[in-house]
Design a protein around this ligand. Structure first.
Ligand code: CMP
Length: 406
């Protein structure tokens, strides 16, 4: 049904079917393994990005670039056309994105267009069109094509994690950078005073000596600039020892940040977490401990699809913290801490009835299908309760859903 802000809700221009817009959004935003058609779209875009990187590199080899110039130009034009279509579809369907779907469509698109990954997508296609308008130098245009490779960040969890780690650890990294610069300045100045007379061409100024400082402190040691005086060698030795420790600091900060980020996604399922779920509240301590062994953890970021309507259901979920939205009709049903979802597929043995999305960052307790059967076998009262909730939700499907379920 079109929303009031949509043109389709008035007489004039007919809006595209909202189902189509929603499907396009799902296809473009799905992660591999969740939606097979969406996975194919993702794969096709990633392959195109990689081919662009290969073409960019190959074109700089004079024999290849010269001989296949027309082929490269054609590939470039086709790539830009595909990336433009992808950008336009992303923008058009962004009115369906979680967190944006309550806004007027034009506002949702404007805000969505300002998201960092959308700006990268725009930077990929813009130079091509600007070249027509203002005539950018071909060499600059060629360098700007490197932006295309940045698009891969959308599909690489590792790059996104690295980005988050750098943002999280920015203060510690800035502190380490300041220390490194101080050390570089001190070592270069020291070496300048000790070596400038013996080697005026290599250590004649502090910036010149800084080349030696950088190569030494980073342990690269090109060997093109080396101290020759006894004092210079002694000082150089001290700088080497200090440098090894100092330049390892940012690496240690990043490594710690990575492991903390990984821990955020996998948390320990604790006794109290399970006991807080109302469904398990009636169990004695030993039974809670047994349930704990069946559950595993999963953290999802706000806006992520947790289950999708139509796909096979292989698990049900309990919310340990955060909020999830069951996308039923116009108004989503909001589930919060202690609630569960995904049980209908397991109870009725059929595909997911609705899409469920994380409204905030969520910590979920996951019960796989096999463990669900095991749990129900040992605790028929739990099976009854889950079945009752599933039946209620099934009935609600034909009526107006409430804002919140127990
Ligand atoms: P399942 O069909 O496996 O996947 C989607 C889930 O959404 C479904 O199980 C239920 O857990 C949940 N769900 C469906 N309808 C409602 C509703 N009206 N209220 C709350 N949750 C629901």
């Amino acid at each position: 049904m079109p929303r009031p802000d949509e043109p389709g809700s008035h007489a004039s221009p007919p809006a595209a079917p909202p189902g189509l817009r929603r499907r396009v959004h799902e296809l473009l935003e799905s992660s591999p393994g969740v939606d097979s058609a969406g996975g194919l779209v993702t794969l096709a875009i990633v392959v195109l990005i990689l081919l662009n990187a290969v073409a960019f590199t190959a074109e700089t080899v004079p024999e290849i670039g010269g001989r296949y110039a027309r082929l490269f130009a054609l590939f470039d034009a086709v790539s830009v056309a595909i990336f433009t279509a992808e950008y336009a579809l992303r923008l058009w369907s962004s009115a369906e994105a979680l967190g944006y779907n309550h806004l007027p469509a034009w506002r949702a698109r404007l805000l969505y267009a300002l998201r960092p990954l959308m700006l990268v997508d725009l930077a990929v296609i813009l130079p091509f069109y600007l070249a027509f308008l203002i005539g950018i130098d071909l060499r600059v245009l060629r360098v700007l094509r490197l932006f295309r490779f940045l698009k891969i960040a959308r599909y690489s969890h590792a790059l996104q994690t690295l980005g988050r780690v750098i943002v999280n650890e920015r203060r510690a990294l800035a502190g380490a950078l300041l220390l490194m610069l101080t050390l570089l300045l001190l070592s270069s100045t020291g070496m300048y005073f000790l070596e400038r007379e013996a080697q005026p061409n290599t250590f004649g100024s502090v910036p010149q000596a800084a080349w030696w400082g950088l190569a030494t402190l980073t342990t690269i040691g090109y060997g093109d600039a080396v101290p020759v005086t006894a004092l210079g060698k002694l000082f150089g030795g001290i700088v080497m020892i200090v440098g090894v420790g100092m330049f390892a600091v940012p690496i240690a900060i990043l490594a710690t940040g990575f492991s903390q980020e990984a821990a955020r996604h996998q948390f320990l399922v604790t006794w109290s977490m399970v006991a807080r779920v109302p469904l398990f509240a009636q169990l004695d301590a030993a039974a809670v401990a047994r349930v704990m062994q069946l559950l595993h953890s999963k953290s999802v970021l706000a806006g992520t699809y947790i289950v999708r309507a139509g796909e096979e259901g292989d698990a049900m979920y309990f919310i340990a913290s955060g909020e999830a939205a069951v996308e039923t009709g116009d108004e989503p049903v909001i589930l919060t801490e202690g609630d569960f979802f995904g049980e209908m597929s397991l109870v009725y043995d059929r595909p997911r009835s609705h899409t469920v999305t994380a409204r905030t960052n969520c910590r979920l307790l996951v019960l796989d299908r096999g463990d669900f059967e095991r749990l129900c076998h040992h605790h028929p009262e739990i099976r009854q309760h889950i079945r009752r909730v599933a039946d209620e939700r099934l009935n609600m499907g034909s009526r107006q859903p409430p804002r919140k379920t127990a």
